[in-house]
Design a protein around this ligand. Structure first.
Ligand code: ADP
Length: 522
């Protein structure tokens, strides 16, 4: 190691001089040459050399061995003795200072060189080992887990501070004791003593983990739950050197888990309770809705029977000889009866659909014929208000398709009547067109458009709900129950379509829906 600083301690002036020359010729630096033990100590501490060549017999009060001892207690520097003495006592004393070499005078130049080089090299290696040992020691002392190591017999060799705290044994007291003496485990459930995992780890040479529910009993009989593992320590070649136990206090973790479990249980109870309440509420609501539908259906039916009687009688009355006033009264009676019947029919329909009792039929019908029937029905009303009624039916439509013409007519009739009702000027359109040809069916679009008062945006969302009208003033001005669109919407849905609406207040409205109608009876 050229450039290394070598301190020379030699009391014979000539020898010292020649040594210094030789060392310099090898490429070493010689910071000082001293002749007494005291001077050697002072100079070593001051110049911190990489190596000291130390004579044993020296001037002054202390000899080379004493000086070496003092130096080594202060700094880590390798010392090579250079002496004429090789008697047993001197060698023994020298050994106690852990020298890195012992050269007996006279020696060869090459011998001096190799001894110094070997000492420097060994010292570097030594330093590395002791540094890594220190690092390991500090690490083990600072980690949060408790660590205990044992030799192959299970005797304790090391304890870190956390392990000291948990076991109640200090490192110095514990070292050398059998692991079972300081690391006592009991089962939490049965309070019986458990075998330390160290023995199994040593015997089987594998990592052993503790089961849950293990308590560590400390020296002063405190008990704390731990989790732990024992692993064999092996050298590079796989030879067993001992065992390392790593464990930690899990009482806090346990407490937290317990709390968490409690919260979870509480939450689950709450959810279950609410679910039960919701189920009860839902059942009640369903029962109420069924009862309401049944009541409406019954009532409508009960009212309809006498009402048709009233209407029939009013019609008959009409054909008898009446004076003008009586005739007007009879007509009003008839009109009122028919309006009432229409409302009752709506309610009956609605409650039937609501209760899921309405069944659609699937029969052959002609779309164009349906359109002309509708026109015939609506035309008189449109004419009364001088509205243009336009009908557009795609000419390429098949003569017959399958569906429920009665209900389809009801839907379109309702839309057309509304269109006429809510339009003062302009026109009402009925458009039936082809959207798409499917192999066995055809998708048709049905549309009713008007140039009427339109529907405000905020009312459009709820217009298909029952008993909803766009504005409260509508009822006063136009009458109606707000059931027509709700029924139409549901009927379209039953037919597999969706009734849609586009409307601009003051400009008009457009209602439309698509239906997939099969071409032939299935
Ligand atoms: P009804 O007409 O018996 O009140 P509907 O369900 O058929 O019940 O219609 C609900 C409401 O929707 C109507 O009161 C009206 O406010 C609005 N409405 C329906 N069709 C139109 C339309 N073509 N133009 C403007 N408003 C309409």
């Amino acid at each position: 190691m050229s450039g290394a600083k070598v301190l020379v301690v030699e009391d014979e002036g000539l020898v010292a001089l020649s040594l210094q020359r030789k060392l310099q010729s090898f490429g070493y630096e010689v910071p000082a040459v001293v002749s007494s033990g005291e001077e050697a100590v002072r100079q070593a501490l001051e110049s911190e050399p990489d190596l000291i060549l130390m004579d044993i017999m020296l001037d002054g009060g202390i000899d080379g061995v004493d000086a070496a001892g003092r130096i080594r207690s202060e700094i880590d520097v390798p010392i090579v003795y250079l002496t004429a003495y090789s008697d047993h006592a001197t060698v023994e004393r020298a050994k106690a200072t852990e020298p890195f070499g012992y050269l007996i005078k006279p020696f060869e130049e090459r011998e001096l060189f190799t001894t110094i080089e070997m000492a420097l090299c060994r010292h570097t290696a030594h330093k590395k080992v002791s540094e890594s040992r220190k690092w390991l020691y500090t690490t083990l002392r600072s980690i949060g887990d408790a660590v205990i190591t044992t030799d192959t017999e299970g005797s304790v060799t090391f304890l870190n501070p956390v392990a000291e705290e948990l076991t109640g044994w200090s490192h110095d007291e514990a070292v050398g004791l059998a692991i079972d003496e300081i690391f006592k485990l009991v089962s939490e459930s049965s309070s019986t003593r458990l075998v330390s995992p160290v023995h199994r780890a040593l015997r089987d040479s594998t990592v052993v983990k503790l089961d849950d529910g293990v308590l560590l009993q400390s020296r002063d009989s405190r008990e704390c739950p731990i989790d732990d593992s024992a692993a064999p320590i092996k050298d590079d070649r796989g030879h067993l050197l001992g065992c390392v136990l790593v464990f930690r206090d899990v009482s806090e973790k346990r407490a937290m888990e317990g709390e968490l479990r409690q919260h979870r249980d509480h939450l689950r109870e709450l959810v279950e309770e609410q679910t039960r309440e919701l189920i009860v509420a839902r059942d009640l609501a369903e029962a109420a809705s069924r009862a309401r539908s049944a009541f409406l259906a019954n009532m409508s039916h009960e009212i309809r029977t006498p009402l048709t009687g009233v209407i029939g009688m009013a019609e008959l009355l009409h054909t008898t000889n009446l004076d003008q006033k009586q005739e007007r009264y009879a007509e009003l009676l008839l009109n009122a009866g028919q309006t009432l019947l229409a409302i009752i029919n709506d309610i009956l329909d609605f409650s039937k659909i609501d209760a899921g009792k309405l069944k659609l039929s699937t029969v052959p019908f002609s779309p164009s014929k349906l359109a002309s029937e509708l026109v015939a029905l609506v035309q008189p009303q449109a004419q009364k208000k001088s509205l243009e009624l336009r009908v557009e039916v795609d000419e390429s439509l098949p003569a017959v398709l399958m569906g429920d013409p009665v209900r389809l007519k009801q839907i379109l009739m309702n839309l057309l009547m509304n269109a006429v009702k809510f339009t003062e000027r302009g026109r009402v359109d009925l458009i039936i067109s082809k959207v798409k040809n499917e192999p066995e069916s055809m998708i048709l679009s049905f549309e009713v458009a008007d140039t009427g008062i339109g529907i405000p945006a905020e009312a459009q969302g709820r217009i298909f709900e029952s008993f909803e009208q766009a504005e409260t003033s509508t009822f006063r001005k136009y009458g109606g129950t707000g059931l027509g669109l709700a029924i139409s919407h549901k009927l379209v849905e039953l037919m597999g379509g969706k009734l849609r609406l586009e409307s601009t207040p003051g400009e008009g409205s457009r209602f439309w829906f698509d239906l997939d109608l099969s071409r032939q009876a299935r």
